[in-house]
Design a protein around this ligand. Structure first.
Ligand SMILES: Nc1ncnc2c1ncn2[C@@H]1O[C@H](COP(=O)(O)OP(=O)(O)O)[C@@H](O)[C@H]1O
Ligand SMILES: [Mg+2]
Length: 377
C-alpha cells in the first residue's frame, strides 16, 4: 500500500532527517514509527502527503508515485491526525468533520449523514455532539473528532503523528482501544508515529524503530520484544519489559559485548597483560571474519605463555551456546555450574556476544524491582 524506496530528506540547513529509508506497509496494516526525538518520524510521515518534499528516492501509495499526484488531491485522499488536532474553533463538530467532504463538493444531506455515521462509530451520540464547539469538548473528545475528521471521506490511508501524545494516560489508553476497535471495522492502512513504546506495542502490526533517520529494527511487537537487536533497542524497549521474560525465552536479551576481544594471531603473553589491564579472566578470540575461535582462560593461557605460544593454545571451545535455540534457563544452568562468561555463537560459528552472571543479575534485579514504565524518548 505504501512503499518507501531509498527515501532521503536533507533540510536546507544540511540536517539529514531521513537517510535512505526503505519501508513497505501492507494494506490494512498499522505500522508504528517509533524512536527518540529527532530521529525523523514526523519528516517521514510528512513526505507521504507531500507536506515535505523528498530530497531523493520515491514513495508510492497504492502503486502511484506521490510526485505524480497533485498535492492537494493527494492530501484529500490521505487522512492526517496530529497531536493537538487543529479543530476550527468557530466551527461546530459537524462542520469540522465535514471539512474535506465540503471541499469535495458533497451535498449537505450526504455530509450530515456521514457526520452522524462517524459520530456513532466513535460512540458519540450525534444528537448531543453534532452542534458542539471545540471549546465544549474535553481533550480526549477533541482527539476523537480529529480522528473522525480524518476518516470523513473514507481514505484508504491515515497518517497519525503522536495523535494521543497530549492526553492523560487514562484518556490515552481509552483512545488507543477505541482506535483498535474502529480499525476492526474500517480496516485502514495506518502509519502511526509515537515515542511511547507501550503505545507502539499495543497498536502496531509492525513496529519500525528508527534512529538518526534510519531503521534500526523492524518487526511485529513480539519479534521486537523477543529479539531486540542491540543495546539501543533493549534500552528503548525498557528494562521493565525485560522483567516479563520467562526462563524459556531466548537468551538474546542477555547477550552483551565481552570485556575483551582478541585476534587469534596475538600471543598468549600479550593477552595475559590485556586481561590484567581489564581485570578479567577470560577473553574471546575472534578472527577477522567474526568467527569465534574459543575463549581464552587465565589458567590455560599462563601455560601457553610459558611455552611462548599464541592465544589459541590457551582457549576452551566446548563452553558455548547457540543463539538460535539457547534459552535463559540454559544460560542460568551453565552459570550456576561455573561462574564465567558464556560465549554465544550463531549456527555458522560467528561470534554474537557473551552471557555473564552480571547480565543475569541485571535481569533478576529488574524482575524483582519491576521498575515503573515511562517515556523512553
Ligand atoms: N524544517 C526543518 N528544517 C531543518 N531541520 C529540520 C526541520 N524539521 C525537522 N528538522 C530536523 O530533522 C530531524 C528530524 O526531525 P523530525 O522528523 O521532526 O523528528 P521526530 O519527529 O522523530 O522527532 C531533526 O534533527 C530535526 O531537528
Ligand atoms: Mg515528531
Amino acid at each position: 500500500m505504501v512503499l518507501f524506496e531509498q527515501v532521503r530528506k536533507v533540510y536546507e540547513d544540511g540536517t539529514v532527517a531521513v537517510d535512505n529509508l526503505d519501508l513497505e506497509i501492507a494494506k490494512g496494516e498499522i505500522a508504528v514509527l517509533i524512536g527518540p526525538s529527532g530521529c525523523g518520524k514526523t519528516t517521514s510521515l510528512k513526505m507521504v502527503n507531500r507536506l515535505e518534499a523528498l530530497t531523493s528516492g520515491t514513495i508510492t501509495v497504492d502503486g502511484r508515485n506521490i510526485n505524480d499526484v497533485d498535492p492537494v488531491k493527494l492530501r484529500r485522499n490521505i487522512g492526517y491526525v496530529v497531536q493537538e488536532v487543529a479543530l476550527m474553533p468557530h466551527m461546530s463538530v459537524a462542520e469540522n468533520i465535514g471539512t474535506v467532504p465540503r471541499l469535495l463538493g458533497w451535498d449537505h444531506k450526504r455530509i450530515s449523514k456521514r457526520v452522524d455515521e462517524l459520530l456513532a462509530l466513535a460512540k458519540l451520540e450525534p444528537g448531543k455532539y453534532r452542534y458542539r464547539f471545540p471549546e465544549q469538548l474535553s481533550g480526549g473528545q477533541k482527539q476523537r473528532i480529529g480522528v473522525l475528521r480524518a476518516l470523513a471521506v473514507d481514505p484508504e490511508l491515515i497518517l497519525m503523528d503522536e495523535p494521543f501524545g497530549a492526553l492523560d494516560p487514562i484518556s490515552r489508553e481509552n483512545l488507543q482501544n477505541e482506535l483498535l476497535d474502529l480499525q476492526k471495522v474500517v480496516k485502514k492502512t495506518i502509519i502511526f508515529v509515537t515515542h511511547d513504546m507501550d503505545e507502539a506495542l499495543r497498536m502496531a502490526d509492525k513496529v519500525v524503530i528508527m534512529r538518526q533517520g534510519r531503521i534500526e529494527q523492524m518487526g511485529s511487537p513480539d519479534e521486537i520484544q523477543e529479539n531486540p537487536k542491540n543495546d539501543f533497542i533493549r534500552g528503548f524497549i525498557g528494562e521493565d519489559r525485560l522483567a516479563q521474560i520467562s526462563p524459556d525465552s531466548p537468551v538474546e536479551p542477555l547477550i552483551q559485548e565481552p570485556l575483551l576481544r582478541v585476534k587469534p594471531s596475538v600471543s598468549a603473553a600479550e593477552v595475559l597483560d590485556l586481561m590484567e589491564d581489564e581485570g578479567c579472566e577470560t577473553a574471546q578470540v575472534i578472527d577477522s571474519d567474526d568467527r569465534w575461535k574459543g575463549m581464552a582462560m587465565l589458567g590455560l593461557l599462563k601455560r601457553a605463555a610459558r611455552k611462548g605460544g599464541a592465544v589459541t593454545n590457551g582457549v576452551r571451545v566446548d563452553r558455548k551456546l547457540f543463539s538460535e535455540d539457547a534459552t535463559i534457563r540454559d544460560a542460568a544452568e551453565m552459570l550456576s555450574d561455573q561462574d564465567i562468561p558464556i560465549p554465544v555463537v550463531d549456527e555458522h560459528g560467528s561470534f554474537i556476544g557473551v552471557v555473564s552472571s552480571a547480565g543475569m543479575a541485571k535481569l533478576t534485579i529488574s524482575r524483582l524491582t519491576r521498575k515503573g514504565k515511562g517515556g523512553k524518548a
